[in-house]
Design a protein around this ligand. Structure first.
Ligand code: NAG
Ligand code: NAG
Length: 541
């Protein structure tokens, strides 16, 4: 059996210390991993992180040596050789410095450990992932509208009722002073007897309001209206004619899944309608994050980014949105998005941003001998396939060309995106790597392998509904006890097998430790085979 193995990696790793962080790649749990492994040294801290109670935003989280020595450039090497060669290269791995592979953490204790913590960060909140705001009705109407309206165009409307996010929309004379995190809407109302028209709101412009741990790291913005009579109104130092969208990078950013569900998808909903004629005002010091997603940010806005945290100017706009709209995990509700935007539009936008050529997958049955390509995500830390070669075998027997992609530190999102877009099916165990579905052609197939332990709901709320919203075919495979490495750790009559719900009741931390951190998957290829045939059928249209 021969499969194509793509090494997406960087050869010149020391070249750009400063930029290194910017270029973290895709299959990213391992990446976050390393960040976290250095910042958390005591069990207590780890515990509180897992429970989302950590108070310190840990800016030093970015300075892990594994991360900071990364290169600015990356290449894709494509090899077409025998699988045994490939597999050997794959499993012996690279040097430690090249360590953080596709969702991997196998290299060191520390990295492994860190990965678990990182995963936990994600999973701490996945139970809440399904939270949806109630549709307020038609369009983007605010259902709790606190605001005022003044004859002309001056208007402030803040929706604080959405459990996922707070958003204020301001029209009129809007003045933003980044350094003091302050936004003022100056009304022409000179009538001092209208105190109710002097409103103020406190907004954390990050779309994960339900998650206290994430929000603890977000700088609060003060949004208020003023009639301009007092001396509390700053003077404009820079006038703009386009609207501003104000938001923060923080919380769990750096985790690939969170980058999309908490920031990029909400940012698309909020700013795409301006077709580039909008300025992004971002509260962050994480320039590596900006650099990592620069193509997306540039496509959303033609104007230079204002980094509000350190900006002492007063930027004035005719219109500003503070906070990002968010409807549900990793997805969009077209009934509530401007222009009816959907996840299909989001994925189309991703393809356009990264110049990805394939809008639809292979059409089987057209004659032509080409095989559909299946991207197999080989997690190597937690939740990895232990019979990887056997899986490659059955996938090939089922008529697929197998692509195994390893994202290395220093790879760019663009390179990962290109590989993913070249495939027709993507398959992997539940984890952040599946976020890459956003680069698949519309109509492609995603197969999520769900580890043992009642994890279907979590898995579905992260990737199932959202990939279906993107008009992908979503297939799910729940492993059985026999396919889980847990049978080597617990007797078969243990509650871990007999009563997973009792493990869930012990709290998220315990549940994650048992089912997410310490479980590997030995896929029963015979049981799995029908799903591959189903995937093929779905490509016959
Ligand atoms: C910005 O616009 C206001 C209102 O038009 C004007 O008074 C002010 O001088 C302008 N400021 C700058 C720095 O251009
Ligand atoms: C999963 O969701 C279903 C339906 O929404 C619910 O009945 C079930 O209890 C959930 N399972 C777990 C383990 O949370």
């Amino acid at each position: 059996m021969g499969y194509e193995m793509l090494l997406i990696k960087s050869p010149h790793r020391m070249e750009s210390r400063k930029l290194g962080l910017a270029l973290l790649v895709g299959f990213c749990i391992g990446v976050v991993t390393s960040f976290i492994s250095i910042t958390l040294s005591t069990a207590e801290q780890q515990f509180s992180l897992a429970y989302g109670a950590r108070a310190n935003p840990s800016p030093e989280i970015n300075l892990h040596p594994h991360i900071s020595g990364r290169s600015a450039t990356g290449v894709i090497r494509m090899k077409q050789t025998s699988s045994s060669t490939n597999y050997a290269a794959h499993s012996t791995g690279q040097t430690k410095d090249d360590a953080v592979e596709l969702a991997s953490g196998k290299e060191t204790e520390e990295a492994n450990h860190g990965e678990n913590e990182a995963e936990r960060v994600q999973h701490t909140t996945q139970k809440q992932e399904a939270i949806e705001s109630k549709p307020p009705g038609i369009g983007d109407r605010f259902n709790e509208h606190i605001g005022f309206e003044r004859g002309e165009a001056t208007k402030a409307a803040c929706d604080l009722s959405n459990p996922r996010t707070d958003v204020c929309e301001l029209h009129g004379d809007v003045r933003i002073h980044g350094k003091s995190s302050s936004v003022v809407l100056v009304s022409a109302d000179r009538e001092p007897r209208n105190p109710e028209r002097r409103q103020s709101w406190q907004i954390k412009p990050y779309a994960r309001k339900f998650d206290k741990a994430a929000m603890a790291h977000i700088q609060q913005m003060s949004v208020r209206s003023s009639n301009g009579l007092g001396d509390d109104v700053p003077r404009c130092t820079t006038n703009h004619s386009v609207p501003a969208v104000v938001f923060a990078i923080g919380g769990y950013s750096g985790n690939y899944y969170h980058d999309f569900t908490d920031v990029l998808v909400p940012l698309f909903i909020t700013s795409r309608r301006f077709d580039g004629e909008v300025q992004l005002v971002i509260g962050t010091t994480k320039l590596w994050w900006i650099s990592k997603y620069e193509p997306i940010l540039r496509k959303l806005s033609r104007y230079e980014i204002v980094y509000s945290g350190s900006d002492d100017r007063v930027h004035c706009y005719p219109h500003a949105i503070v906070g990002l709209h968010s409807h549900k995990a990793m997805s969009i509700d077209p009934a509530r998005a401007p222009n009816g935007y959907s996840m299909v539009d989001f994925t189309r936008f991703m393809r356009s941003t990264y110049s990805l050529g394939r809008d639809s997958p292979i059409r089987l049955g057209d004659g032509g001998g080409r095989k559909p390509r299946l991207l197999l995500i080989p997690r190597q830390g937690t939740r990895r396939f232990t019979n990887f070669r056997e899986i490659v075998g059955v996938v090939e027997e089922s008529g697929f060309e197998v692509v195994v992609a390893e994202a290395k530190m220093g790879s760019k999102v663009a390179e990962v995106a290109r590989v993913v877009n070249s495939c027709d099916v993507m398959m992997g165990v539940h984890g952040a790597g599946l976020t890459n579905f956003v680069f698949l052609p519309t109509g492609a197939v995603i197969i999520q392998v769900v580890p043992f332990g009642n994890l279907e709901n979590i898995s579905r709320s992260c990737f199932g509904y959202s990939s279906e919203d993107a008009k992908l075919h979503y297939l799910e495979y729940s492993i059985r006890e026999e396919e889980s490495s847990l049978i080597e750790q617990y007797p078969r009559d243990h509650p871990v097998f007999k009563d997973p719900k009792s493990i869930h009741r012990k709290g998220w931390n315990k549940m994650g430790e048992v089912y997410l951190d310490k479980q590997n998957v030995k896929l029963d290829v015979n049981r799995f085979r029908p799903l591959l045939l189903k995937a093929r059928q779905l490509l016959h249209r």
